[in-house]
Ligand binder design. Sequence first.
Ligand SMILES: O=P(O)(O)O[C@H]1O[C@H](CO)[C@@H](O)[C@H]1O
Ligand SMILES: O=c1cc[nH]c(=O)[nH]1
Length: 293
Amino acid sequence: MTLKPSEFILNEDGSIYHLNLLPNQLATTVITVGDPDRVNNITKHFDTIEHIVHKREFHTQTGMYKGKRISVISTGIGTDNIDIVFNELDALVNIDFKTRKVKKNLTSLDIIRIGTSGSIQADIPIDAFLVSETAVGFDSLLHFYKSEEIQDIKFSKLLLEHLILPRENGLPYVVNADVRLLSYFEKDYFKGITVTNCGFYGPQGRVLRLPLSNPNLNDRMAHFNYKDRRITNLEMETAGIYGLSKLLGHRALSLNAIVANRATGEFSKDPTATVERLIVDALDRIASIEAVI
Ligand SMILES: O=P(O)(O)O[C@H]1O[C@H](CO)[C@@H](O)[C@H]1O
Ligand SMILES: O=c1cc[nH]c(=O)[nH]1
């Protein structure tokens, strides 16, 4: 099937619509970050940089780190942006830009998020590193795709019952990390279930001036137990990343620098330094990931 100009959109220079990238500018190992400025904070450690491309909040750099070609791309905040970035990353490797057809032989990307997050467990302290073994999405993105077979529906239903959430909040979706990528990060990192939400304030239980419809939500989440595993942290992209990666045949993992502890009310004194430590640690682990043949 040839994809129509309204569905698969290319810019005048042949690059993909939002990311502004050409297929040869993307590596098969991709690091995603929320903050466009964090891209430089990662690539300043690279040995060489081949490409620097900007459009809107999407800032991409591709280069070499210890013998591995890596692209670093900022997604901005939220799973609405994840929908754009992951569909376009996939198009860059799996759609032929000349024929506008899906390729016969598909490529799987290794995609690692390096982001910040808030812990909801008192014993997961600020400035710790946490790898998301499972992600729970309250943002509803995955429900727009045919996705039942990649979701843990039993988990979703038990969580919904435990939280006593009203119907208007919708059904949370649950997707696991790629186990192979996870194996490179299990040692030394906290491991947990990450909740992805569609906002930073009300949806994560923060109150500045507006009262919440469900003020006990974070506390109830913190006490949910599934197969002896607990919900550990809140952020805004991981569930979308896991869901779309699984559907598109890519491998994904989310790494979190814990900058807030919602149970104790603390915030990191130096979040930039914590993120920098995570970047330095993660880059060496990413460089050691063996290619899947
Ligand atoms: O630090 P990043 O990667 O942006 O991630 C977290 O921080 C942002 C909110 O401050 C959200 O994007 C959340 O997921
Ligand atoms: O509490 C936090 C901290 C960082 N990012 C989030 O989304 N929440």
